[in-house]
Design a protein around this ligand. Structure first.
Ligand SMILES: [Zn+2]
Length: 228
């Protein structure tokens, strides 16, 4: 399991599906991602907890800067170091799934608690290099708010139709299923910063020299935009 922010729902699912949990994969140490870990460990003492950071008194298998893969019941899990939201944020790639915590959300990206714009830009580019059919599993459901912000920049028909689909879907369900990377490359403004066509069309007047300048500009604009 990845980032158990609480434990009751997780335990319920484990029991309902007769699962034997083997590992907890933590992307970063924010409380809403780790809060359930110790209770789950108490119930399943053999479970291994993987993390890039030490977490209170939890016994963890530390993922170091050089670690690029781990094994859980002989299954290889690729580690992507994705600093930006936090300095030691990591993502787990289990083809075709990417568990990217608070790095990329559908239509958006995580906040930067250390103002490391360049690191976050690079982490997002790293994710963009994964296969286009990668399923992005994010830490939160913020799609409507993200697309509401982006709609003033992205006016193409694909974006409009996708937004209609998302709004319809989220009237019935609480969260969207994981989106494909190839869709994010069309609707997620933060993945488009090195797209020259997009830069020129939308932001040419600001004359950004580097794509991370554009990323900085958009991220700050979003920080200062109040959305419902
Ligand atoms: Zn977080």
């Amino acid at each position: 399991m990845v980032d158990p922010g609480s434990y009751k729902e997780v335990i319920k699912e484990i029991k309902k599906n007769f699962l034997i949990p083997k590992a907890i994969l933590l992307t970063h140490s924010h409380i809403d991602h780790i809060n359930g870990a110790s209770k789950i460990k108490n119930i399943y003492p053999n479970i291994k907890i993987f993390s890039s950071e030490k977490i209170n008194s939890l016994k963890i298998h530390q993922i170091k800067e050089k670690t690029n893969k781990i094994f859980v019941i002989n299954k290889k899990i690729k580690i992507l170091h994705t600093p930006g939201h936090t300095l030691k944020h990591i993502s787990y790639y289990i083809k075709p799934y990417l568990f990217c915590g608070d790095t990329v959300f559908s239509g958006g990206c995580g906040k930067l608690y250390n103002e490391e714009y360049f690191l976050m830009y690079n982490s997002i580019q790293k994710i963009c290099l994964l296969p286009n059919n990668t399923l992005i599993c994010s830490g939160h459901e913020y799609t409507i708010s993200n697309l509401n912000f982006s709609k003033k920049f992205l006016k193409n028909i694909f974006f409009k139709n996708y937004f209609i689909f998302v709004k319809k879907y989220l009237t019935k369900k609480k969260i969207l299923p994981p989106t494909r990377l190839k869709i994010e490359k069309k609707i997620n403004i933060f993945l488009l910063c090195n797209n020259v066509k997009f830069q020129k069309k939308i932001f040419f007047k600001n004359e950004f020299f580097y794509p991370w300048d554009l990323f900085y500009y958009i991220r700050n604009l979003k920080n200062n935009t109040k959305l419902i």
